[in-house]
Design a protein around this ligand. Structure first.
Ligand SMILES: Nc1ncnc2c1ncn2[C@@H]1O[C@H](COP(=O)(O)OP(=O)(O)OP(=O)(O)O)[C@@H](O)[C@H]1O
Ligand SMILES: [Mg+2]
Length: 313
């Protein structure tokens, strides 16, 4: 069977964006007609994978009319999906851009409460849909009602099905998950600090901590993303700094998810870990070149990848 990419989003979001000319209290603010986007970690990874020319199966929890809207948006984007029904309504966030200042105000709400039966469904559906050597990419925070050891259970299913678990989350959910087998992690510096149990990490300590983490955990690849500074790739035998190209930055929304998408696409193309991390950086940076939730564009990513390859020779 062909290897495939499966993404998992437990707290997806319907992103609604409007613009308004000036924001002031106690007046009716006349906004433009809204545009809608499907969002949430794993969904962003699936959207970015599609933009990079590959397919994935996007598994997520969805409820209410906002959940229905999410399904339509993913259908329109041509993404294979498996929406697991929940009673609560999928959350919807609002982004308002003030055209007089060009500043964006982003309002986020918590996700719906997820019941025991519903998260049990997730594990069952994963078990049914995963095959040997598939990449299971879980990205994003857990919604209310889900225990912070949920990704541990996901890791166990991935292990049982011999698929490769890739995790991009934060806080306790991330720390707990690393007690199990994880193929690849993509923490940023803050997330790596939580993983290593330290308050902050200086550039001097980074490699040492990455090495220590790999020695103490069942994790094959660690890619620490460093924003405009690029990334550090660490495995048992590799330690490589990859600089990010300097570009005119419009929005960093979805940079991390675009990076993860680029790395998995590379792995499916049989690339080395070093090439994988470089393409990841290229895709992350490509995502910052566009406004809002557009993620990475393949052309930009391919051009930036060539730049990264040249500077690393
Ligand atoms: N300002 C920037 N300039 C160039 N590249 C950037 C910039 N910010 C992010 N990137 C690219 O995106 C990748 C991921 O970004 P970052 O380290 O900010 O991830 P993150 O903190 O997980 O982000 P997210 O908020 O999407 O979760 C970086 O490794 C880099 O390649
Ligand atoms: Mg991130």
């Amino acid at each position: 069977m062909r290897k495939k990419i499966v993404t998992l989003t437990l707290n997806p979001v319907l992103d609604k964006s409007v613009t308004v000319a000036g924001i002031s209290p106690n007046t009716k603010l006349r906004c433009t007609a809204p545009t809608y986007d499907a969002g949430g970690g794993g969904i962003n990874v699936s959207r970015a994978v599609k933009k990079l020319g590959m397919d994935s199966l996007c598994i997520y929890l969805a409820g209410g009319s906002t959940g229905e809207h999410l399904k339509q948006l993913l259908d329109k984007a041509g993404i294979d999906q498996l929406a697991i029904p929940i009673k609560g309504w999928t959350r919807d966030n609002l982004a308002v851009t003030d055209t007089t200042t060009n500043l964006q105000y982003r309002f986020g709400v918590p996700g719906p409460q997820v019941e025991k039966k519903e998260w049990e469904d997730v594990l069952e559906i994963l078990e049914k849909n995963l095959n040997e050597e598939d990449y299971l990419v879980a990205s994003g925070k857990l919604p209310p009602g889900m225990h912070d050891d949920f990704y541990v259970q996901v890791a166990e299913v991935a292990k049982k099905k011999k698929s490769r678990f890739v995790l991009d989350t934060s806080g306790e959910a991330l720390v707990k998950a690393t007690k199990s087998k994880v193929f690849m992690l993509k923490p940023n510096l803050g997330e790596l600090s939580s993983l290593c149990g330290v308050k902050s990490i200086s550039a001097m300590e980074l490699e040492k901590l990455a090495k220590k983490f790999l020695n103490e955990h069942d994790c094959e690849v660690l890619v620490v993303s460093l924003g405009a500074k690029g990334a550090l790739l660490a495995t048992k035998n590799l330690m490589e700094h990859i600089p990010a190209p300097t570009v005119l930055q419009k929005s960093t929304i979805g940079a991390g998810d675009s990076m993860v998408a680029g790395m998995i696409v590379s792995l499916l193309q049989g690339k080395t870990y070093s090439e994988m991390a470089k393409y990841g950086v290229a895709c992350g940076t490509a995502a910052t070149m566009h406004e809002g939730t557009q993620l990475c564009n393949k052309n930009d990513a391919d051009n930036l990848y060539q730049w990264v390859l040249k500077t690393q020779k």
